[in-house]
Write a new protein. Structure first.
Length: 197
């Protein structure tokens, strides 16, 4: 009896907290075949400055699980996710706002970005081998060609339409001015964060 009580006490003291929907997780753990190309972890972005210290794609657990559903749909069509941006610490959002204080393209840090809630993602798609497919524009194209209604038109918008369909079915909502940007439909329920990458 004493041995059983000791074992029970040991299990209780070493128990790990159960995962929560708002925990941050590495997207590669739920979408292992995603091509991660975090532009803000390099100088290959519109700021020409490296804003992230590491290329670590994190999202809230519940958001990442929705993304995994979209990835599964795309996988069946011989497509893989190409990820350009995920969770963005609030301090980085402030730096972006200083560079582009235009709410059509960059969230004002006073209200906060859905990226800083871990509930938004910027992405395209590639083929099964990870090779490029035709997409409407480059990432972070601030012209009207990147606006969703225009970008999803015609032959050039076919792959973006495929992405949009999978993302909406998984529970995401697109941004009108950026065909590549999707918010979790419940994005505003998550708190803003400045947790390091």
């Amino acid at each position: 009896m004493k041995l059983w009580l000791f074992a029970l006490a040991l299990c209780s003291s070493t128990a790990v907290a159960a995962p929560k929907p708002d925990d941050f997780i590495d997207v590669a753990t739920v979408v292992p075949d995603a091509v991660i190309d975090l532009r803000y972890a390099t100088k290959h972005n519109f700021t020409k400055t490296q804003l992230y210290p590491v290329a670590h794609c994190k999202l809230r657990r519940a958001v990442a699980e929705k993304l995994a559903k979209a990835a599964k749909v795309l996988r069946a069509a011989d497509r893989r996710l190409l990820i350009w941006d995920c969770y963005r610490p609030s301090s980085v959002q402030e730096n972006l706002w200083k560079l582009v204080p235009d709410e059509r393209y960059v969230a004002n840090p006073k209200q906060g970005s859905r990226h800083s809630r871990g509930a938004a993602i910027d992405l395209g798609i590639v083929d099964q081998e990870g090779k490029p497919v035709t997409l409407p524009t480059e990432f972070d194209d601030f012209s009207e060609a990147a606006h969703r209604l225009r970008a999803l038109q015609g032959d050039k918008g076919a792959e973006a339409r495929r992405l949009e369909k999978a993302m909406i079915a998984a529970g995401f909502v697109g941004l009108p001015t950026e065909w590549w940007h999707f918010d979790d439909a419940a994005a505003t329920t998550y708190p803003l964060s400045d947790e390091p990458l």
